[in-house]
Design a protein around this ligand. Structure first.
Ligand code: GTP
Ligand code: NA
Ligand code: MG
Length: 441
């Protein structure tokens, strides 16, 4: 693999943490500012992943890197957003397995929460270097914002009482990290990135501390990622999500961690049914790290979370087909097609996994599942449960974040199959449990 200076790879950063700590808002703030500054074209936003080119990083960090005294060498940074809700452990795990570095977001007013700890452990297990964004500093009483300012500059402007509330919350957070066996320090008091965890105070609302956060990410990458990780190498790509998009059909969102993908490349990946899937790339060459959306016939069977291979000839196709199948994620541990159970349908494979996880916890058996809208065929399958009285309460389709095809709703009514849909997994599960209890009486 080429390791010339021009062939530096952009590292992948994952943003993790407990629900509602401000992960997406932090990313939004960075993107928004870019839009305001007329950089929209300079930032590629796809999937749950946003690419920040070097130029954007340079501009965003200018207030804390006056006259560019710290040299930014990486060509950019790909940041993957993950959900904090507890049901989405699979997606956090997938995100953390793809990234080189990470940001763990903590709400300064809440401290460490259950999914903070879960994320922390995922990162530690994989030895991924990470920093902590201590977010929502603007919630400290009497906080006077300095929009998009560097953290120290902002803190200096605060009143004595606001400062002391802030100090107190930082102290508590440091103690909580100590309980987890981590030595945390405010980022600019940390002189050893290897031994101590850096805390960067931020506000996703006012933008304060975000320049420091980006600067620290660059330093962490440049100082902690080992040499060869920085350079372009063999193709390494993972299917992040499988989505049905109107007009495009089934698309796969791919994280290209290393190497290149070019137009005409034949990709091979694993299908949900355990059969290999192959398709041609139809977009111009892209270089790692990047999120790319691929649409091609045949992708409806693609399985999220699996690796993607590029074959150059027919022999390679066969080899990669075998390799791709080794990646088969086991949806089967949630589903028993031979036993009575409900039918479930979700918008993406990631959310389907999360829904299955949730149903398993509430002990709702599942007989089959799919991705995308609820069609007549799904009603038909659920309707099989009506054949016996004891299984009639499983004649149900649970749809998470999916539309019901017009015809399917009428058909379900006629057949006596119940459809429940919702945009949150919890409410959907609760809807079914309420129905179950009702028919049991
Ligand atoms: P999930 O993806 O659901 O895990 O949440 P998240 O971590 O992405 O949080 P999100 O960005 O959705 O923000 C949650 C709420 O907190 C929203 O109402 C935000 O407006 C608010 N919020 C986020 N960051 C800040 C902040 O720095 N200050 C204040 N005051 N509110 C914030
Ligand atoms: Na949220
Ligand atoms: Mg979010």
């Amino acid at each position: 693999a080429a390791t010339s200076k021009e062939d530096l790879r952009s590292p992948i950063c994952c943003i993790m943490g407990h629900v509602d700590t401000g992960k997406t808002k932090l990313l939004d703030k960075i993107r928004q500012t870019s839009v305001q500054e007329g950089e929209a074209g300079g930032i590629t936003q796809q999937i749950g992943a946003t690419f920040f080119p070097k130029q954007a990083i340079l501009e965003k960090t200018a207030v804390v890197n006056k006259d560019g005294s710290y040299e930014i060498k990486i060509p950019g940074l790909l940041i993957i957003d993950t959900p904090g809700h507890e049901s989405f452990r699979n997606m956090r795990s997938r995100g953390s397995s793809l990234c080189n570095i990470a940001i763990l977001v903590v709400d300064i007013t809440h401290g460490l929460e259950p999914q903070t700890i879960e994320s922390l452990n995922l990162l530690r297990d994989r030895k991924t270097p990470f920093i902590v964004a201590l977010n929502k500093i603007d919630r400290c009483y009497g906080w006077e914002p300095v929009p998009n300012g560097g953290f120290r500059e902002s803190l200096a402007k605060q009143s004595k009482s606001t400062k002391s509330e802030f100090d107190d919350r930082v102290r508590k957070t440091i103690l909580a990290f100590a309980e987890q066996g981590l030595n945390a320090k405010l980022f600019d008091e940390n002189d050893d990135l290897r031994r101590n965890l850096s805390l960067v105070p931020t506000s996703a609302i006012t933008g304060e501390g975000i320049p420091d956060m980006l600067m620290l990410l660059v330093k962490l990458t440049q100082e902690r990622m080992s040499g060869n990780l920085m350079f372009m190498g063999e193709l390494e790509a993972t299917v992040l999500e499988v989505k049905v998009i109107e007009g495009l059909g089934t698309t796969i969102d791919v994280i290209l961690s290393n190497g290149r993908l070019s137009e005409g490349d034949k990709i091979v990946l694993c299908g949900q049914d355990g059969q290999p899937v192959s398709a041609y790339v139809r977009h111009p060459e892209v270089k790692a790290a990047l999120g790319v959306k691929i649409s091609a016939p045949g992708l409806e069977r693609a399985l999220g979370g699996c690796r993607l291979y590029v074959a150059h000839d027919d022999d390679e196709v066969e080899v990669y087909k075998d390799m791709a199948l080794e990646d088969l994620s086991d949806l089967s541990r949630f589903i028993n097609p031979k036993a009575p159970g409900v039918w479930v349908q979700a918008s993406t494979l990631g959310s389907l996994e999360a829904l299955l996880e949730h149903l398993k916890l509430s002990k709702t058996p599942v007989r089959g599942s799919g991705i995308g809208p609820i069609y007549r065929k799904d009603i038909l399958k659920a309707g099989l449960m009506l054949r016996r009285d004891e299984t009639a309460h499983f004649a149900v389709v649970l749809g998470f974040d999916v539309p019901v095809d017009g015809d399917a709703a009428d058909y379900a009514k006629k057949e006596g199959v119940k459809i429940f849909t919702d945009e949150t997994i919890y409410r959907l599960g609760d809807q079914y449990l309420a129905y179950y209890n009702e028919v049991e009486e």
